[in-house]
Design a protein around this ligand. Structure first.
Ligand SMILES: Nc1ncnc2c1ncn2[C@@H]1O[C@H](COP(=O)(O)OP(=O)(O)OP(=O)(O)O)[C@@H](O)[C@H]1O
Ligand SMILES: [Mg+2]
Length: 235
């Protein structure tokens, strides 16, 4: 459904994305593992249209969207979960989840339950500094779920999340896929990646292996964590 073909992007003379191929299948959760600086967030911005590749193509539902703008991609159903809903400071959570939408109260409540936030406690809370980092991430995830995107890119939704909140985040991600959204899940967490149907390992700007979560976690640990990731691990 979403395919990256031979993507390349050089920034400041450095090939950050270097011949990357990846396919995210309809309704599936695709995990993406890779050490720091390997180009995962850069890939997320290329998929979303925040930046454009020097070479290669992005195909979505059979259509070449490489040159489409962010808003065109958003209208097609491609969404990225922003790390911080800071732009909406001051809105209540209820208002935020219903922004540009027309949801019933019970739908809004349902999205909050999916990320483990009891509606009675959270519906009327303001989006401001009084929410903890983990609560903000969960609100953001609920808001992305309410969009019902065809594809969602989650860039480290588990970062800064404690062991108690992580299952709620993972439950939210699984619910999104059950709802029909394809998910590209960028993470460093072995636990988070276990909800994926398929996992790819990225190294030095390209995908170097793809397989089942458990298999790829092992492979990542034995190959990447001992490597200087110069891109020599091509398989
Ligand atoms: N605008 C830019 N100009 C120059 N270099 C950049 C730019 N944006 C990113 N980079 C570099 O590209 C590389 C990949 O960065 P990216 O943020 O995509 O990595 P990442 O895989 O998401 O890492 P992390 O796991 O730490 O989040 C890094 O070396 C980064 O410094
Ligand atoms: Mg990153």
């Amino acid at each position: 459904m979403l395919e990256m073909r031979n993507l390349k992007l050089t920034l400041n003379g450095k090939p950050v994305i270097d011949g990357l191929n990846l396919e995210v299948k309809e309704g599936k959760i695709h995990g993406l593992l890779g050490v720091n600086g390997t180009g995962k967030t850069t890939l997320a911005s290329l998929i979303m249209g925040i930046s454009y590749p020097d070479e290669g193509n992005i195909i979505f539902e059979g259509q070449d969207i490489t040159q489409c703008t962010i808003s065109q991609r958003a209208k097609m159903g491609i969404t990225l979960a922003w790390q911080e809903p800071a732009r909406f400071e001051g809105l209540s959570i209820k208002e935020y989840l219903n922004l540009n939408r027309d949801l019933s109260l019970s739908e809004i409540e349902n999205y909050l339950w999916m990320v483990g936030l009891p509606p009675t406690e959270y519906l009327n809370r303001a989006i401001d500094v009084s929410l903890s980092g983990g609560e903000r991430k969960r609100v953001e995830l609920a808001s992305v779920m309410a969009i019902k995107p065809k594809v969602v890119i989650l860039d480290e939704p588990d970062s800064g999340i404690d062991v108690v909140s992580l299952p709620h985040i993972m439950n939210g991600i699984t619910e999104m896929s059950k709802q029909g959204s394809a998910v590209l899940l960028i993470t460093h967490s072995e636990e988070a990646v276990s909800v994926a149907d398929e996992v790819s390992v990225m190294c030095a700007g390209k995908v170097i292996n793809t397989g089942l979560p458990e298999e790829m976690c092992q492979w990542f640990k034995s190959n990447c964590q001992t490597c200087n990731h110069i891109g020599t691990l091509e398989v």
